[in-house]
Design a protein around this ligand. Structure first.
Ligand SMILES: Cc1cc2nc3c(=O)[nH]c(=O)nc-3n(C[C@H](O)[C@H](O)[C@H](O)COP(=O)(O)O)c2cc1C
Length: 339
């Protein structure tokens, strides 16, 4: 029997050769602080494509300059970014990988000069700036920036777009009662707290009809925060809006002590997959081929996202194929050394 991890997976008209996804990881490598891709990015992502990862996500790319997690982040706030992104896409697609981009706004966790924005004027902690509470106009402009980012991603040829709705960045700040004290239509009830994401999805879908993922933090590690039922509600709404997959991470909303263990976020993926009947991705300390296989085989997620393990080993899919006794076609230049 073929290992489930190595079965193809299709969304809309895009087929990933296997269920292994490179999770988005900021590489802080735009040294000119202009958001443009560099030689590092071309080598870094292409290496994982040669390693036969089915879907490669670029790190979070900022939809506004002020929404960067750090000044060295990739950007997608200007048409000038398209050329470099196109090259990342092309180089990886050449080796059979599909390529996704995570588009993001860091909200109150932006570490940039000048004012930063958030749903409410509450800093993350004592060491971070106090953000400005967004006006309705700033909300509209930011939603437009997500749409423009999606338009540029399409022009660059990406196969998938993921909205970064996790880790305490802007979208998750709207979703969480811990960071959103607004008393207009964007705050209060969970229906209202979902409004920003709802409008962002609709706006992105005006220009993007390909696979759309949303990453969430499905556990806020705080008694007063959203609970799994809230995330099942959000995921059900996303499904109604045509989101294809919810990528289930946790944490980062407020300072909290987390004790991670292998696969510690897989149960969140499983609960959302079954609760909202939507495809999910599992991420977090997934490092062993059998562990990944168990997740897919038992329907706990549709895709497994690996982050640090793929930094350690860009050829992890090859190792997994050997351990799981699955066929994995090598880059043809590597045939003599693959098996
Ligand atoms: C260097 C580094 C940068 C990261 N940057 C991002 C990012 O840009 N977007 C994101 O959603 N998660 C980011 N993450 C989180 C990873 O995608 C992943 O969810 C986390 O590392 C857990 O998976 P792992 O145990 O396989 O590393 C980053 C993690 C690392 C180690």
């Amino acid at each position: 029997m073929t290992a489930a991890l190595f079965t193809p997976y299709s969304i809309k008209n895009v087929t990933f050769a296997n269920r292994i996804v490179m999770s988005p990881m900021c590489m802080y490598s735009c040294e000119a602080q202009d958001g443009k891709a560099t030689d590092f990015h071309y080598t870094h992502y292409t290496s994982r494509a040669m390693g036969k990862v089915g879907l490669i996500f670029t790190e979070a790319a900022a939809v506004t300059k002020q929404g960067r997690i750090s000044p060295e982040d990739l950007g997608i706030w200007s048409d000038e970014h398209i050329e470099g992104l196109k090259k990342i896409v092309h180089l990886s697609q050449e080796h059979g990988a599909k390529v996704g981009i995570q588009i993001a706004h860091a909200g109150r966790k932006a570490r940039v000069d000048g004012p930063i924005l958030a749903p409410s004027a509450i800093p993350f902690d004592d060491g971070m700036k106090t953000p400005e509470e967004m006006t309705k106009q700033q909300i509209n402009e930011t939603i437009d920036a997500f749409r423009e980012g999606a338009r540029r991603a399409k022009e660059a040829g990406f196969d998938v777009i993921e909205l970064h709705g996790a880790h305490g960045y802007l979208i998750s700040e709207f979703l969480s009662p811990l960071t959103n004290n607004r008393n207009d239509e964007y705050g209060g009830s969970r229906e209202n707290r979902y409004t920003f994401l709802q409008r962002t999805i609709d706006s992105v879908k005006e220009v993007w009809d390909g696979p759309l993922f949303v990453r969430i933090s499905a556990d806020e590690y705080n008694e007063e925060g959203n609970k799994i039922d809230d995330f099942i509600y959000f995921a059900s709404e996303m499904k109604k809006q045509g989101v294809d997959l919810v990528d289930c991470s946790t944490g980062g909303i407020v300072p909290a002590k987390i004790n991670p263990y292998p696969g510690y976020q897989v149960t969140h993926s499983e609960q959302i997959r079954h609760g909202a009947k939507i495809a999910t991705g599992a991420v977090g300390l997934i490092t062993h081929p059998l562990q990944a296989e168990e997740i897919i085989q038992n329907g706990r997620a549709d895709l497994v996202f690996l982050a640090r393990e793929l930094l350690r080993d860009p050829y992890w899919p090859r190792k997994a194929s050997v351990e799981l006794n699955a066929e994995l076609e090598p880059p043809k230049q590597y045939e003599r050394g693959w098996n």
